[in-house]
Structure formats: C-alpha cells, structure tokens
Design a protein around this ligand. Sequence first.
Ligand SMILES: Cc1cc2nc3c(=O)[nH]c(=O)nc-3n(C[C@H](O)[C@H](O)[C@H](O)COP(=O)(O)OP(=O)(O)OC[C@H]3O[C@@H](n4cnc5c(N)ncnc54)[C@H](O)[C@@H]3O)c2cc1C
Length: 380
Amino acid sequence: MNFNLTEEQIMIRDAARDFAKNELLPGVIERDEKQQFPAEQIKKMGELGFLGMMVDPKYGGSGLDTVSYVLAMEEISKIDASASVVMSVNNSLVCWGLETYGTEEQKQKYLVPLATGEIIGAFCLSEPEAGSDATSQKTTAIDKGDHYLLNGTKNWITNGGTASVYLVIAQTDVEKGHKGINALIVEKGMEGFAVGTKENKLGIRGSDTHSLMFTDVKIPKENRIGEDGFGFKFAMKTLAGGRIGIASQALGIASGAYELALKYSKERKAFGKEISKHQAIAFKLADMSTQIEAARMLCIKAAWEKDQKINYDLSGAMAKLYAADMAMAVTVEAVQIHGGYGFVKEYHVERLMRDAKITQIYEGTSEIQKIVISRSILQD
Ligand SMILES: Cc1cc2nc3c(=O)[nH]c(=O)nc-3n(C[C@H](O)[C@H](O)[C@H](O)COP(=O)(O)OP(=O)(O)OC[C@H]3O[C@@H](n4cnc5c(N)ncnc54)[C@H](O)[C@@H]3O)c2cc1C
C-alpha cells in the first residue's frame, strides 16, 4: 500500500489550488450575494483542462485519473463550491456518461466541445415529483420512428441556463417501468425547449439552477445514449461516479472552512491568549481535522477503485454520505470558532456552511446513500 501522491497528482492539486486562490477567491462573496454565475472563471477552468479532466486526450480531455480529479475538486471547492459543482457535473455526469456510453459520432459532436470547456453540459434526471424516486419519471420520450417526441418538466437542473447540451432522462414505454426509460442528448435551442427562472438558493448561489420545460421537442434517434431502455441504468451508473465528485466537493468545503478556522484561532485572543490555546477550541480543531482526513481517505479510495476498474458503488456512496455529513458539521464548528465574525460574509465561513448543505441533498440524499450502502452490505 502506498499513500504517496504521484508527482503529476501533486502538480494538478497545486495548479487547482493556485487557480482557486488567484481566480476564484476575488469576487466570490459578491458572486454569492448577487447569485452571479462565474462565467469567466469557468471559461478559464475549461482552458486549463479542469472541465474534462478524465476524458481521453483524443476527445479533447486531460486524460487524468480520478484521484487527480478528487484532489482538484477539493481545492476548487475550498474557495468556490459554485464553480466546483459546474466542474463536477461537467466531468462526472456529462463527459463521463458520453465517453463511456456514447457513440463515436456523439463523442465527436458533443464530448469534444464539452471536454475542452468550449461549452458546458447538464444532467437532467430530477422532476417536480421524481427526486429520490427517480423511477417515477413523468417526462415522456415517445418513439416516432426516426425521432422521439419529448414532453415534460425537469427540476433543479445545475447549469440549466448556461449549458448548451443536456442529457435528459425520459420514459418511453410506461409498461416496461424503469426498463422503458431512455437517455437523450438535447441541444439548447431545439424547438419546444424552454428554460425556467433561476432558483434563489440557500447555498452554491453562484451556480445556475433552473427547471426545464419540453413541449413536443423532436429528438433525432441518433441522440439516444445506448440501447433502447438503457436510460435508467445510464443514470444510475453515471450518478455512482458523480458521487465521488460531490463527496470531494463536500471535502473541499469542509477543509476550506477548517483552514480559515485554524488561522483565525491563532490570531483571535480571548482571556489573554489565542483562542486556539483554550482546550475547547483546540479539541474542536482536532475533531475537524480528523474527520476531514477520514473523508479524504474515503474519497481517494473510491476514486482509486474507479481507476482500477473495481466496482465503486459502495465506496462512492460511503464517501458521499460521510463527507457530506462531515462538511455540514465541520462548517458549523468553523462558524462557531469565528464567534460573531463567523456570522458575517467577509469571513467566508458562513457561505461555506450554507454551501455544505446541498452536498447532503443532491446526487442522492444522505438517506438514499444509506439505502445504497445497506443494500450492498446486506446482499451477501
Ligand atoms: C441546488 C440543486 C442542484 C441540483 N442539481 C441537479 C441536477 O443537475 N440534475 C438533477 O437531475 N437533479 C438535480 N438536483 C435535484 C436533487 O438531486 C434532488 O433534489 C434530490 O435527489 C432529492 O430529491 P427531492 O428534492 O425530490 O426530494 P425527495 O426525494 O422528495 O426527498 C425528500 C426527503 O425524503 C427523503 N426520502 C425520500 N425517499 C426516501 C426513502 N426511500 N427512505 C428514506 N428517506 C427518503 C429524502 O432523503 C429527503 O430527506 C439538484 C437539487 C438542488 C437543490
């Protein structure tokens, strides 16, 4: 067993760290307040290869391993989780899904511009009445011979307004249940496709979350991913990898808050000494750093398993469950260590605390991760 990172992994981590400090930190508070999408910063992330990190270079990607992706996700999320969710969706859901299951034509047409960051993508599974229970899809894709006719509404779609390409899950054959679901590539601008208003959110406020409406949108048959009826499996397989990305986002939010709390605890004095010298604060820091390290190990193990082509459904779910719950607890403590200063925007920790919450909800809530984990450990 070797816990050392390779030189390349260290280089990627440091590049992401520098980018986050130099390009994402300036303006992060204002973007959060104004709910402003980090458009310029995302463009630069694309140019640096952060939006198609694991994609084969022959499709315009960086050809890196999943461990490097986790390291970069942690660094970007320490500073700006609104930027890191764009990175996570584009890498783990959209690019991975297309590269793994798309046809050569789909890869040339869609994956290449997505991996280079020329355009960004969205993954559209959730609906007003289908969240955790993703099998009850109401969006329909009716087979009309050479095309599908798409009708319905998707909810809470990250990159909803800014994406150019959308992977949309829809029911073709109700009788077949989840085996009658398809995944279709939808382009912005297709007739009958409308984007709803932007959601006004608690956290990751710079990210762009919308509902999407489809009315008789004609989707050519060549835009279906995989065989007829593969859509639900496609969504589940894709989300299994997506969880590694969101676990790393949670890890980064927590480690960002912890680093701020550690620094502050050495500067702030109370009762004649730095607050870090009060055992109550020192023990909080000890707990926080231990929990962050445990989450980091779970994230890296899941990523390593994915790279080794070992089944990572269980390790990914464990990483997401633990990292998300940990991020919520650690960010609350980071605010506490800052006292009143933690409650105002300039010190960043209140934003990180708000951002942490979403990691317990999207790409499978913490309760759903427990279902995945318990099913896996009970099946033998
Ligand atoms: C900011 C944001 C961005 C998002 N981005 C995307 C995106 O890009 N693409 C996309 O498709 N979706 C996206 N989502 C949707 C997200 O994945 C769903 O909100 C999530 O899966 C939960 O679904 P729900 O909101 O319908 O809650 P519900 O499924 O209604 O759950 C409500 C509560 O019940 C619990 N619950 C449900 N079923 C069970 C059960 N069987 N056992 C125990 N507890 C249960 C849940 O854990 C939760 O606590 C996003 C959501 C948000 C808020």
